[in-house]
Design a protein. Sequence first.
Length: 216
Amino acid sequence: MFVLKGGEHCMAEKIALTVDREKRLINFADSAYLKIIAKNNGIWQCEKTLPLDLNVNSTDELRIKIHTIINSIDECKILLSAGISGIPYYIFDKMGFSIFETADETPEILEEVVTETKNNKKELTTGSEMSCTPTEITDGCYFLDYINLENKYPEITTKKALLPFLKTKPFISLTVLLSHLPPWLEADEYSKKMEITTQKNSKGILVSIRHKMCGE
């Protein structure tokens, strides 16, 4: 029924899915259960279903609940969800999970998850450092994937990531991948001095920032 994580066939393979009350794949924020699937002798079966009570009053309470859930799913290191971000993504990632997002659970998609987990095992488990500021791609041209940064470090706001750069770094262009255009970037302080254009793509919005030429 489900997907192999990788490794030797003699060990049971497990994967966690965020599901609704009808046990259908859904995003983490709206999920009712974490369903654990185990594969033994080529057959995937539901090993257990853990209730997810995400009605919390603070981020600390949310962290505690997620850690408690993770501690109860031994040997499971893959999470499959229709969508996950912010603090939940950060915790699962830091706990060594390979995280995948998909709208379906088709056999083809699940096999792709298996293949990608195997191919990227080293990258997914080493927790390599991520730049928290724009990176120079070519001379004077910088790029920042803020969506990925926010998933890893939800405490870093767009202002924290971009304001120091905009105020102190000489640049020709800055391109930022965002889920939406931050309101503060549209304020006169920046819109009068900078040319800001947006372009949608499959992952979000590419925001391009350049200094306006004198006389514009």
